[in-house]
Design a protein around this ligand. Structure first.
Ligand SMILES: C[S@@+](CC[C@H](N)C(=O)[O-])C[C@H]1O[C@@H](n2cnc3c(N)ncnc32)[C@H](O)[C@@H]1O
Length: 368
């Protein structure tokens, strides 16, 4: 693998992602009023073409199904246009689980599907949102939650930390510059894809005005805890110095100012491409697992329920940092040991652990 090439990102498959991410679903549910508001401002009679919905970075699709049901019900009350939904994600995503979920075929989650809704046609794309995915002017409503903090490349590896929130100096500047370039690219691609008058509703991870971000809202810092336990594996001789160093998330939590910047200058590429910012605000969504602990769940149970939600999205990065020459069973055992150490830490001292979500919600309009 080339230096600085991140390991393929993938959420845990077979429906594990959405089964263990109750918080991500809460975030998407909180975006439903924004999506319905965006539809309310669109002229649905301006075209007879199918109303095309895109869900960018949808993982197994389970967390956004309720939003799509609400969206379809709203559209159906206003227009007879056919509706298409395209779930997009990276090529390594478990699309097979996505299709089974959408068709109500995932055991235990049969009632959720979208397949039986009349006039609704479902598609998927494995093309990155850092590139164009749809033909020009064909997306009516784009949605994305909790995905655009993933960068197109890893701009630096961090010796002392696993995430840009712990970066300083030149490394932090490299992350910030990559995030700004990627944001511009993402917006310009969406500007091409959106139909005139179309809308983009986004719920992106951010750093808010209090300096808070995913996994740090004043208690135990999740990313620092990751770093501690990863270094612990090195101290115990379970991983090499190179494996320790390679574990860096290709992610960046932008601030609301960084999200808004391309919209502020009327001469910017993004504005000239026809995009306007309609809404932009931040919101903290409490970690449902930490909440359950606060109302009396025993510490060991909290740890057992909570750590899988971290694992659902972080595992591929840590596994990718391990030397590929190690047998797969050995890599799996190291990763199990890592999350077991995190779980034991939470079980022993549960106070302050939790993964509150900190998002910047945005509605972006394409000029008519
Ligand atoms: C934490 S999950 C969020 C899934 C879902 N949207 C939600 O909010 O629950 C992030 C998703 O973004 C996807 N992702 C990351 N980078 C991406 C990219 N460049 N293009 C498309 N999807 C991407 C990941 O593969 C993953 O499925």
């Amino acid at each position: 693998m080339a230096e600085n090439a991140p390991a393929p990102i993938r959420m845990r498959g077979a429906g594990y992602y959405s089964e263990h991410t109750a918080g991500a679903k809460r975030v998407i549910d909180a975006a439903i009023p924004l999506v319905l508001g965006a539809i309310g401002r669109m002229d649905l009679s301006a075209s007879a073409a199918p109303f095309a919905i895109a869900d960018y970075g949808a993982a197994d699709g389970g967390t956004s199904i309720a939003l799509h049901h609400a969206l379809i019900a709203e559209l159906r009350s206003k227009t007879g246009r056919p509706i298409t939904i395209t779930h997009t994600d990276l090529p390594h995503n478990d699309f097979s689980s996505l299709f089974r979920l959408l068709h109500g075929l995932l055991p235990g989650r049969e009632s959720l599907g979208l397949a039986d809704l009349p006039g609704v046609f479902s598609f998927a794309s494995g093309t990155s949102f850092h590139r164009r995915i749809f033909p020009d002017g064909t997306v009516s409503l784009g949605f994305s939650a909790t995905a655009m903090h993933w960068l197109s490349r890893l701009p630096a590896t961090l010796a002392e930390h696993v995430h840009a929130v712990g970066a300083e100096g030149a490394a932090l500047a490299a992350f910030r510059a990559q995030a700004a370039a990627d944001w511009n690219t993402i917006l310009l691609a969406r500007a091409r894809e959106l139909a005139p008058g179309g809308r983009l509703v986004l719920a992106n991870f951010c750093i808010d005005a209090d300096g808070h971000y995913l996994g740090w809202t004043g208690g135990r810092n999740m990313h620092a805890t990751f770093a501690t336990h990863w270094r612990g594996l090195r101290a115990a001789g379970a991983i090499t110095a190179e494996e320790e160093r390679r574990a860096t998330f290709p992610q960046f939590y932008r601030s609301p100012a960084e999200f808004s910047a391309p919209f502020e200058d009327a001469a910017s590429e993004v504005r000239r491409a026809g995009l306007r910012l309609e809404d932009c605000f931040t919101r903290v969504t409490a970690c449902p697992y930490a909440e359950a602990f606060r109302v009396g769940q025993p510490a060991a149970e909290f740890a057992r329920a909570y750590v899988p939600t971290l694992r659902s999205w972080s595992e591929s990065m840590f596994a990718g940092a391990l030397d590929p020459a190690r047998p797969e069973t050995e890599r799996a055992a190291i990763i199990d040991r890592f999350y077991a150490a995190y779980e034991a830490d939470v079980a022993a001292a549960p106070e302050g652990h939790g993964m509150d979500y900190v998002h910047c919600f945005m509605t972006i309009a394409k000029d008519v």
